[in-house]
Design a protein around this ligand. Structure first.
Ligand code: ARG
Length: 377
């Protein structure tokens, strides 16, 4: 109880301070919260509080280079969503609004938070609302995104069948109130995808690479004033290196560097020829070119770094210290060409923030629930 009130108090103080609201209102609100916690073990936040809290959680996200735009986050309140149908509608609405036919809008949707007794009204199994399946083959190879193998297996056990292509969008899997998980497909008209083409190479285009437009992280917990929004999917827009230098390049992801080098006639015999580096740059070029051509928001890592420097300036002007995780802030391509590389950051995690939490797949399996025992390998 004390712990929750302390967290609530420090959040409410920050909210009234930054919004320049009167002291008398703050005192009244804190009393209200204290009484609510004493009688029910928790308290309900107002829309204005969650809107502010979610924005500040983004501002405090140490690993995010895109924080300049924290104050333009769109905050949707879906705390009323109670049935599978309600949740479905709220998630589809998020996808549709955020995608905005390519002019991506940063958005978060808050569902009912964790209860005072520690139970969760709703959890999402997916890492992102839109993500490609990964099918493990008999010989151990994987078709699709290796990152999704576990969830893909889980979906198949629930009865889902994918087409088996490298780019099948997984269904969304949710759990209402500790019940058995249910899944549903995202209607294809809501899913914007970009064929990845290179401005100068037909051989590259034959690789048939594609990626989805909007990354919507759906497994993290948003904590505001001690209230844990265990289901609060959020999105921004992509930085090109995320797709080009990681999703397509990592050996434990789509692992495309050899194929890209081939398309450009680069010899892969000697590492010292820098064929990997060249292939990565061609991928970055292609991702930027393709997203722009498709009219889908994206930022390159040089521009994003400049925007981050402006964020740091503005925060300094406001008298706030910028915390950051250097290992994540530096882009994976040409990091030393950005100002971030040459600085140090304090990696203290402030609240409100987005936190990792145990995945619901693991929690359900460990709880000894027989349903999960039988399907989780
Ligand atoms: N890196 C993740 C991906 O490639 C997305 C993380 C969030 N990225 C963002 N630009 N908001 O799918």
């Amino acid at each position: 109880m004390n712990d929750l009130f302390n967290k609530a108090e420090s959040f409410i103080k920050q909210y009234y301070r930054e919004k320049k609201l009167p002291d008398s209102a703050r005192k009244k609100r804190l009393n209200e919260i204290k009484e609510s916690i004493m009688s029910s073990g928790t308290y309900e936040q107002t829309y204005d509080e969650i809107e502010f809290g979610a924005k500040v959680a983004w501002r405090n996200s140490n690993r995010c280079i895109g924080r300049l735009f924290w104050n333009s986050l769109n905050v949707f309140d879906a705390r009323e969503a109670a049935s599978v149908e309600d949740v479905k509608q709220a998630l589809f609405n998020h996808i549709d609004y955020a995608t905005n036919d390519g002019k991506i809008r940063s958005t978060v949707t808050l569902f009912k938070p964790r209860r005072a007794d520690g139970s969760d009204p709703l959890r999402i199994y997916n890492h992102q609302l839109i993500r490609y399946a990964g099918y493990k083959q008999e010989d151990g190879s994987i078709i699709g995104d290796p990152h999704s193998v576990e969830l893909t297996e889980f979906c198949k056990n629930l009865g889902w069948e994918g087409k088996g292509t490298p780019y099948d969008v997984l269904p969304i899997v949710i759990q209402l109130d500790g019940e058995s998980p249910v899944y549903f497909e995202v209607p294809s008209h809501l899913i914007k995808e970009v064929p990845i083409m290179h401005p100068e190479s037909d051989a590259f285009n034959k690789l048939d690479l594609r990626w989805y437009a909007v990354p919507i992280i759906s497994e993290m917990k948003l904590e505001i004033g001690g209230i844990e929004y265990v289901t609060a999917p959020f999105n921004g827009w992509y930085m090109e290196t995320e797709i080009a230098a990681r999703n397509f390049a990592d050996e434990d992801r789509y692992n495309q560097l050899t194929q890209v080098a081939g398309a450009f006639g680069l010899s892969t015999v000697y590492q010292s020829s820098m064929w990997k580096d060249r292939a990565i740059i061609e991928l970055c070029t292609a991702v930027m070119y393709s997203f722009k051509k498709a009219g889908v928001s994206i930022v390159d890592h040089h521009t994003a770094s400049q925007q981050f420097a402006r964020f740091e300036e503005r925060e300094n002007e406001e008298g706030r210290e910028v915390t950051g995780d250097w290992t994540w802030l530096i882009p994976p391509v040409s990091p030393a060409s950005t100002p971030i590389f040459h600085k140090q950051y304090n990696n203290t995690w402030k609240s409100p923030n987005f936190f990792y939490q145990p995945s619901v797949m693991d929690t359900a399996a460990k709880s000894g629930c027989p349903f999960f025992q039988s399907i989780k390998k």
